[in-house]
Write a new protein. Structure first.
Length: 212
């Protein structure tokens, strides 16, 4: 696992600022939040062919807790078998603790109701932040960090991995808006907070991991 570059820290500070501005806007029910949500929803929730809509529903369901938990456990087991214990801890903590417990606590603190539009999938609990978005950032972002380190000598393959998983993170988040269970600002909050937590966990393990 590599140390964190200055550029990465700049992106992390920017993500933290975006999350805090988003959070304050939602909590204070500011008008610009409503305007931004309405604008982005009008772009995303366009009529699509039935086949494509069904594909989006399958994509969004792939981020549900049960499949994500199984994917995480299998990946953690793989890292343990490969004796990459710090990588297993990094992935498991990010997904099972930060994305699971941390997201649930934040939802109950903010208590933002979900959108009232027609939903294509069922969803419970509160809306802010998007659990699927923060989980996607932490799960697939962890793999970008871990597998990117393994591919450090293969620059082209590392970029292919990073681009493909980054696109998937975006697709998962956007799908939550399309199926009607989240506002865009929920998704933006999930992405930005997930990126901050990803960086903090990586920083901690690279700094103190040898003592664990």
């Amino acid at each position: 696992m590599t140390t964190i570059s200055k550029t990465r820290w700049r992106f992390t500070w920017a993500a933290g600022a975006i999350f805090l501005i988003d959070l304050l806007g939602v909590v204070l029910q500011q008008s610009w939040i409503k305007g931004l949500d309405q604008l982005l929803i009008s772009w995303i929730r366009q009529p699509l062919p039935t086949g494509l809509t069904q594909a989006i529903i399958h994509v969004t369901k792939s981020g549900n807790p049960q499949p994500v938990t199984w994917i995480t456990l299998l990946l953690v087991a793989g890292f343990i078998i490969a004796r990459r214990y710090r990588g297993a801890l990094f992935l498991g903590f990010n997904v099972l603790i930060w994305a699971g417990l941390g997201n649930s606590v934040l939802k109950h603190l903010v208590q933002r109701p979900r959108p009232t539009v027609d939903r294509l999938v069922s969803a419970s609990s509160y809306s802010f932040p998007s659990g699927h978005s923060i989980t996607a950032m932490l799960l697939w972002g962890s793999l970008i960090v871990l597998l990117g380190w393994s591919l450090r000598k293969h620059r082209n393959w590392r970029w292919v991995l990073t681009i493909c998983l980054s696109i998937w993170i975006v697709v998962i988040g956007v799908s939550r808006v399309y199926v009607g269970v989240h506002y865009p600002t929920d998704v933006i909050a999930g992405w930005s907070l997930g990126f901050v937590l990803l960086t903090l966990t990586q920083w901690f393990l690279t700094r103190y991991g040898d003592a664990l």
